[in-house]
Ligand binder design. Structure first.
Ligand code: 9WN
Length: 437
């Protein structure tokens, strides 16, 4: 609660005060899921403010820049992207996984407000239409055009496709290393490629996919989950849910036929048509799809137990058994609460006992290390920024649903804070009046 309140900027929540001082797209969705438990009004505002910067073509930019924050506070900032939304807000030109319809639905479930759904539904539909119109390939899968679009920027799965990206040779100064030590962040070599790709996309007017075109399981799962959520929203609004259900089923089939390698879902390089043999936790997220064939789901759970040590608590973002794993560096192995939360959602109905263990793992990590950006999957040690908003938000959601029984008396600040409301039947009952609307 403290983190969410401190990171609130009046209309949105910054992911982290120092490292990420603007509004990020998929962060806002996860933050809304937590705020729905605390202040549904803030959850609605968070999503509506993000979609206020939606472009005419339907894309929801991955960053909406706060004009009050100096250019030098984040790189690459507004001057680099050089583009504005119709609303006048400076934004980036790329997107992130479309987890927002799910967040909108969870916000509505916490506090049914039909007016909110009326305002957001057409924008959520336009977000999906952008992806269909501009990013969909022959087999029905959607491509991302930059590692930042995956949300899992530095995954070892991107090493191979990034090798073919020419570096930019433009001078730039990284800001992230002012806040976080270099061995927890991407290398300079990776950054050069990120910048080269972003510059090429900018030069094409944010239209032409360049040297990096990947059909990523997580992104496509998010798209299908969004269609399921849109079906529910459409139903509430008295509209026909069927087209959304059909679209979700088609995407589930495309994912299963094209990206499942018999053990895990893999990204595919859309330029070569080849699967990228890798071991990312993104490959477990199809568990979120209700229409996933039972046998495939069982195999994925076996893989989660085997390659990702599901029973040990936290899920790593990349399998420790695979080459490229690094327990402390960004998306190359550490556990991230949002990915673990997504897999937890996918396990709850299928294997409740495994879901419970995973929830315990997340809560214990937060209780011991604080609401860090990422965690060593084996030791639970915290890495990256502190007071990270989606860690706070999703822990709040977990506490509300799962309770606090698993958290030992750690004596650390966060343990104390969590215990304050651990006995509440429902988090929202206890905290609603502590946060100004
Ligand atoms: C680039 C804000 C974002 C998250 C991403 C995470 C990280 C940005 C960065 O932070 O990316 O978008 O500067 O490293 O990888 O998932 O949305 O929290």
């Amino acid at each position: 609660m403290r983190v969410l309140v401190n990171n609130w900027d009046g209309g949105h929540t910054v992911p982290s005060r120092r490292l990420y001082p603007h509004q990020w797209s998929w962060d806002s969705a996860f933050i809304a899921i937590g705020n729905a438990r605390l202040s549904p009004r803030r959850a609605r505002t968070e999503l509506l403010s993000l979609f206020g910067a939606q472009w005419h073509d339907g894309r929801v930019p991955h960053i909406v820049f706060n004009p009050q924050v100096p250019e030098a506070a984040y790189f690459p900032g507004p001057a680099f992207w050089g583009v504005r939304a119709p609303s006048g807000s400076a934004t980036s030109g790329i997107v992130q996984p479309p987890v927002h319809a799910l967040a909108a639905w969870k916000t509505y479930e916490a506090d049914p407000d039909l007016g909110f759904l009326h305002r957001l539904y057409p924008r959520l539909v336009a977000q999906q239409e952008f992806l269909r119109a501009h990013r969909r390939g022959r087999d029905g899968l959607i491509s991302i055009v930059h590692p930042w679009e995956s949300g899992m920027d530095n995954s070892p799965a991107w090493d191979e496709p990034l090798r073919h990206v020419e570096t930019a040779n433009v001078g730039f100064v990284r800001k992230d290393l002012d806040a976080i030590c270099a061995d927890e962040r991407p290398t300079d070599d990776d950054y050069e490629r990120y910048i080269a790709l972003a510059l090429a996309y900018r030069e094409s007017g944010y239209l032409d996919a360049g040297d990096f075109q990947i059909e990523d399981p997580l992104f496509n799962v998010a798209y299908a989950v969004a269609e399921h959520a849109l079906a529910r929203i459409a139903h509430e609004l008295g509209l026909d849910p069927e087209p959304h259900e059909r679209e979700a089923a088609a995407m589930t089939a495309a994912l299963t036929h094209q990206l499942f390698d018999g053990a895990l879902f893999q990204p595919r390089d859309a330029r070569t048509g080849r699967l990228i043999r890798s071991a990312s936790v993104a490959g477990l997220t199809p568990l979120l799809l209700p229409g996933l064939p039972g046998k495939v789901a069982d195999t994925l759970i076996d893989t989660a137990l085997d390659l990702f040590s599901l029973k040990d608590g936290l899920l790593p973002s990349y399998s420790p058994a695979a080459a490229g794993f690094d327990a402390a560096r960004y998306w190359r192995g550490p556990s991230w609460i949002n990915l673990d939360w997504l897999v937890w959602q996918g396990l709850k109905d299928r294997r409740p006992e495994l879901a419970t263990g995973l929830a315990d793992g997340m809560l214990c990590a937060a209780a011991h290390a604080g609401l860090r950006e990422y965690f060593d999957p084996a030791t639970g040690r915290g890495h990256g920024s502190r007071d990270f908003s989606w860690s706070a938000a999703l822990v709040l959601d977990l506490v509300a649903e799962h309770g606090m029984k698993s958290v030992p008396a750690a004596g650390r600040d966060i343990g104390q804070e969590l215990r304050c409301f651990g006995e509440a039947d429902h988090v929202a009952d206890r905290v609603a009046d502590q946060v100004p609307a």
